[in-house]
Design a protein around this ligand. Structure first.
Ligand code: PMP
Length: 395
């Protein structure tokens, strides 16, 4: 028999997400998982979704194919919402709905990036973005972050060497995994650089609404139309609705439409109509998101207090002011890849920092997600981590 044909060369640069792989292990009932970045399903407004589904199914359009850029009723609601968030009018034709913001990233990569084009990402990076950019053979340049998010000084230094990125990708609020936000000053500088040097910014913003004490600053997209902003219903309503949206200049939306026609024709009219009803009901939505914020704030506080109490000076961690993650650096040289098997044995899972590194790095770091466990479970998870840490030190 003739051997099977080879798989396409683009597969050579793709790696499976360490987190998606870990999810199979963490499904075990005896493991407390701080690994997956999953919203709490208990906080999903199931009754409200069910009622909106019944409303939508009262008409025929909910069961039909819909327009490729999304059901017009949803795009109108989103254009109004994005106008408020950006402080300037955003037209319906500047909104394109997708199957989660991950699909928006994937479609945009095909529309904006030729093989070999330079794409700047943050280090540590959102793994889903790396997968997308690798799939289109981008040349990935990673820049450091600090407490104020992506280093714009480092970006300026890169530009000064003559490198001309096509895209700069940033998770502007409550970064996954680094749990940091871009300061307003840096948002303004980034937008100005995009205009000066002619690159696109992809502002990947699924967490901006999950702030704890203070609303997130205006998005980078408020300052330039070189910024394509991605938002999502996943963290504020439910991931299973698979509804995200991008805000971009009209010609970019038209290009995305061409690529999407070949990808999946269109999204689900049913889930888009459900999301439209929920987002249009802004008083209900604000109340609902407030509940999510309060629950996550409490869990973040409990996790951080437990980590500080158990590890003290052995670690440094980010101040968690929103989102779903806490990023921890071990200062005693602990290799978190080596810690992971001992932690799994002790009954707790986390994601080692190296999973998010572009190249090598973050061997002494880890990402903890606090969203799906309540206080006592989080405290138990941290003492299991401490046990694993002690065992590693003795080994
Ligand atoms: N961007 C970032 C930074 C994320 O963390 C995630 C979810 N993990 C996504 C995009 C994709 O989310 P969704 O497709 O559910 O909207």
């Amino acid at each position: 028999m003739h051997p099977a044909p080879q798989l396409a060369r683009r597969l050579d640069s793709l790696r499976s997400s360490a987190i998606r792989d870990l999810l199979t292990v963490t499904a075990r009932a005896d493991i407390i998982s701080l690994a997956g970045g999953l919203p709490d399903p208990e906080l999903v407004p199931r009754a409200r979704i069910a009622a909106a589904a019944v409303d939508a199914l009262g008409g025929l359009s909910a069961v039909q194919y819909t327009e490729t850029p999304g059901w017009a009723g949803l795009r109108e609601v989103l254009a109004a919402r994005n106008s408020v968030q950006c402080g300037r009018p955003v037209g319906v034709n500047e909104i394109f709905t997708t199957h989660g913001s991950q699909q928006a990233l994937s479609l945009l990569a095909q529309v904006l990036i030729d093989p070999g084009a330079v794409v700047v990402v943050e280090n540590p990076a959102y793994i889903g973005a790396l997968q997308v950019f690798r799939a289109v053979d981008a040349q990935i340049d990673a820049l450091p972050m600090d407490a104020d998010g992506l280093s714009i000084d480092a970006l300026e230094e890169l530009l000064a060497t003559g490198v001309r990125p096509t895209v700069v990708h940033t998770v502007s609020n409550f970064h996954n995994p680094a749990s940091r936000s871009l300061s307003t000053d840096r948002r303004i500088r980034l937008a100005a650089l995009a205009e000066q040097f002619g690159f696109w910014v992809i502002e990947d913003d699924p967490y901006g609404e999950i702030w704890f004490d203070e609303p997130s600053p205006r998005p980078v997209a408020a300052y330039s139309d070189r910024v394509i902003r991605l938002s999502s219903a996943s963290k504020i309503i439910a991931p299973a609705l698979r509804t995200g949206w991008l805000q971009a200049p009209e010609h970019v939306c038209r290009a995305v439409e061409l690529v999407r026609q070949g990808a999946d024709l269109c999204g689900s009219a049913l889930t888009q109509q459900i999301v439209a009803e929920l987002i249009a009901d802004d008083r209900w939505l604000e109340h609902h998101i407030d509940g999510v914020r309060a629950a996550y704030r409490e869990r973040a506080e409990i996790l951080c207090a437990a980590v500080d109490q158990v590890f003290g000076d052995v670690i440094s961690r980010t101040d968690v002011t929103g989102g779903m993650f806490c990023w921890i650096d071990f200062l005693d040289g602990t290799d978190t890849q080596k810690l992971l098997p001992l932690a799994l044995e002790a009954g707790v899972a986390f994601v080692p920092g190296s999973a998010f590194a572009v190249g090598d790095g973050y061997q002494n770091s880890m990402r903890l997600c606090f969203t799906t466990s309540d206080g006592p479970v989080l405290e138990a998870a941290v003492s299991r981590l401490a046990r694993a840490h002690e065992e590693l030190a003795l080994a």
